[in-house]
Design a protein around this ligand. Sequence first.
Ligand code: COA
Ligand code: ZN
Length: 298
Amino acid sequence: MPGAKEVTIVEVGPRDGFQNLAAFIPTERKAEIIEKLAEAGVKKIEFSSFVHPKWIPQLADAADLYRLIKGRPGLELRALIPNEKGLERAIESGVKEITWVVGATDSGNTANLNMTTEQSLEIIRRVGKRVHGAGVKLYGAIAYALGDPVEGDVPLARLIHVIEVFRSIGDTAISLADSIGIASPQKIRDTIPGLFRAFPDARWSIHLHNILGLGIANALAAWECGVTVFESSIAGLGGCPYAPYPGGNVATEELVYMFNKLGVSTGIDLDRLIAARDWVRSIVGEKPPKQVGHPEGT
Ligand code: COA
Ligand code: ZN
């Protein structure tokens, strides 16, 4: 089944891509990278996260970076948060779009956020309506939505439970994250239509990693299932440092290339994007994204 003729790409490189780089990229440099991506036609960028600076020192400058980049017309900027403290910091900094990440599995959420899925959801139930009330756009990101290296398959009912909580606090768009690149096109086909049926009014995006080389195939399957918003990272940088099998995101330039070949509009100029990609590589180093082995049996 052919997908939409127009899709949206959300660049998550400055958050997901940079978070596991050891050498600190100066804030001004990060702002320049974001500017270059915007010049190539990227309209939505996850620029950083308000996580504990000791856990992710690279992103300790989230508030300062936001001050530098927030004025650009036509650019939507969002920040990731893990908990209530992160929420407070993001709101204090004036951020208007917030991605709240929750792991679909207890093992994944505990490794990442030091709490169970239910503990995260309890906080969201308690403070979520306040966020929507404050005029902030909230996105609910579900990590390990398409599989977990410890717990294995994630039942649809569990995803539905997490999504129900996000939807109970307001019109929260849902991002399904394959945090460790464990999904396959078939897994996508087995999951997404059921979720679309369960929440016909919801807005969706997909966040894919590419550890096993299936990132683009998974993106194609998601597009065929009707997904229109794709999260990706310039140069395929990326990976959660607290995931047991971290690895790069689907590369934005490869995604744009695929959609160009399908005749699907992304609004992004591939030549300018590739120039930006080369420039980003010259800053962060030529090191390719981490490629690691497959967690057998999951
Ligand atoms: N930003 C800044 N400080 C934070 C914070 C945040 N988002 N969340 C908690 N803290 C502070 C608390 O204020 C507290 O400070 P204090 O000791 O001065 O009182 C301290 O950290 C401990 O708080 P606690 O709630 O017990 O945190 P924790 O140690 O259980 O860690 C997280 C929880 C979420 C902060 C931590 O797991 C984290 O930052 N993880 C990063 C996950 C991530 O970014 N993964 C990649 C993206 S998916
Ligand atoms: Zn990710």
